[in-house]
Write a protein that binds this ligand. Structure first.
Ligand code: HEM
Length: 489
């Protein structure tokens, strides 16, 4: 009797699975559900999305649909077809998955906030006069912090640190002081933020272990406290970016608790990318002497042309172009920026590919672009794509190289570290200036070298694909000391 019942139940389960199990319909992208019911490819995706998606690309080509934890995600890897996704803001929605992540990671819900109004506010605050004020404040904070970090040291004495910590800590604290205008607690915020940031990918995927969950919660609460306007002692100026953002949320009808939680989201958005980017950039320079020589020669040229002899990074970088450093930055970001651009299909739609083929997308599915695989690491677009070539984005006449091709077509998107379309990074100009100021400052103020001259850059942490700048698994040990004079460079 028991066996019959079990067999019946089994049969019923198989029928239910078959009924609900999806099959590929006409005109739909290739479907790969994986072997595990419901979960599909979730484990492989979370462990190393780049490796998994490269495998799927080899198997299925530039477009395919995979099952990931109950969701069907269509991945598009042909940059010539990206506009079909970027330009459709009606049938493809980016706010839903963003809201879900905001809730999961930051315990934040902002139902009254209109995304377009927030975007407009952000754009206003990162361009024109606001941008140049922010950049000049960043410059001052970077210089002051570099000097104050060395104030207790004998100038000729070498210090040792991990390059990642050195870059992230300085850029984070300077960025925090610039936007949040707090002087008193930048180090405490940085320390807590790093703990939180380390758990971020797991928070987003709901894969925290119990102990980690406790740590994430307590970091979040501590950061809310540290960022709270009530906790001010160093004085947030009434016209600070933070204060202005607070006022904006107030006008949009966001309650006090959510206003405060939103500050943590903004802290993460504005501070989590520049430090890691500067680490990879300096790491590539230190491990590629010809690139380091080319950058130093360019910087020396700028300082020699500076008749005022002030050598302030901001004035020099504003007054002169730096094609070599720009190319190094683009090449660094090509290799280490890994955003995932995700949209939800709100109504059945047809996706028109550059090849002329149309694919049917189902309502409720997601569409995802992963520019890290293509265009950024696509061998058809960039020769030897895994290799760092400091002059990849330079023409022979030292102008910016911006013409790249795939299948004979010139590409609009040949590298996409900043995302694209309606959600493109609003802080791009500020970030580029800050990273360049930072590199300039470090190379002109410090003797900086690897502790082990034969050392290699650490590999990337594969769990961070999809979250903007990649981070290293490990660090690169460096030693440094303040230069006695600028001429020593
Ligand atoms: C190397 C440094 C940086 C990189 C690679 C980068 C990349 C990105 C990317 C890919 C996005 C879009 C994410 C998406 O599609 O959901 C984004 C959004 C954003 N970034 Fe950046 N970012 C950097 C630095 C900065 C800095 C320094 C700031 C400001 C101080 C900033 C402010 C923002 C803001 C406010 C958004 C949200 C835009 C929106 O929601 O509409 N970013 N960033």
């Amino acid at each position: 009797m028991l066996w019959t019942l079990l067999l019946l139940l089994n049969g019923l389960l198989i029928l239910v699975l078959l009924y609900y199990s999806r099959t590929r319909q006409n005109n739909e992208p290739p479907l790969d559900k994986g072997f595990i019911p419901w979960l599909g490819h979730a484990l492989e995706f979370g462990k190393d999305a780049a490796k998994f998606l490269a495998r799927m690309k080899d198997r299925h080509g530039d477009i395919f649909t995979v099952r990931v934890a109950g969701h069907y995600v269509t991945v598009l890897l042909d940059p010539n077809s990206f506009d079909a996704v970027m330009n459709d803001t009606v049938l493809l929605d980016f706010t839903r998955s963003r809201n879900l992540l905001m809730k999961r990671i930051f315990s934040l819900q902002l139902p009254s906030l209109k995304p377009k109004a927030e975007r407009k506010w952000m754009e206003q605050h990162f361009q024109g006069v606001s941008l140049s004020n922010l950049s000049s404040s960043m410059n001052t904070h970077l210089q002051n912090l570099l000097l104050s970090d060395h104030k207790d040291c004998n100038p000729s004495e070498w210090r040792q640190d991990g390059l990642f910590d050195l870059c992230y800590s300085l850029l984070f604290r300077a960025g925090y002081r610039t936007l949040f205008e707090r002087r008193d607690n930048a180090s405490a915020v940085y320390k807590e933020f790093r703990k939180f940031d380390n758990l971020l990918a797991k928070l987003a995927r709901c894969s925290l272990k119990r102990g980690e969950s406790k740590t994430a919660n307590s970091c979040r609460v501590r950061l809310w406290e540290l960022l709270s306007p009530n906790c001010l002692s160093g004085g947030s100026g009434s016209n600070s970016w933070q204060q202005s953002y607070h006022d904006f949320l107030q006008e949009e009808g966001v309650d006090a608790e959510m206003q405060n939680r939103a500050l943590l989201l903004q802290l993460w958005t504005t501070q989590c990318n520049a430090g890691p980017a500067a680490f990879w950039l300096l790491g590539f320079l230190l491990t590629h002497p010809e690139a380091m020589d080319a950058v130093k020669t360019e910087i020396r040229g700028l300082t020699l042309r500076d008749t005022t002899l002030q050598h302030s990074p901001i004035t020099l970088l504003e007054a002169h172009s730096t094609p070599v450093l720009d190319s190094v930055l683009s090449e660094t970001l090509r290799l280490t920026a890994a955003v995932m651009i995700s949209r939800e299909v709100v109504q059945d739609k047809s996706l028109h590919m550059a090849s002329g083929q149309d694919y049917h997308l189902r309502k409720g599915d997601r569409v995802c672009l992963f520019p890290f695989l293509s265009p950024q690491l696509d061998p058809q677009i960039h020769q030897e794509p895994q290799i760092f070539k400091y002059d990849r984005f330079l023409n022979d006449d030292m102008t910016v190289k911006d013409k790249f091709y795939k299948d004979g077509k010139m590409l609009k998107y040949y590298t996409m570290p900043w995302g694209a379309g309606s959600s493109i990074c609003v802080g791009k100009e500020f970030a580029v200036t800050a990273i360049k100021q930072f590199v300039f400052l470090l190379l002109t103020s410090l003797d900086l070298e690897m502790c082990d001259p034969e050392a290699k850059l650490p590999p990337v942490n594969p769990s961070r694909y999809g979250f903007g700048m990649l981070q290293p698994d490990g660090d690169l040990q460096v030693r440094f000391r303040l230069k006695r004079t600028l001429r020593e460079m």
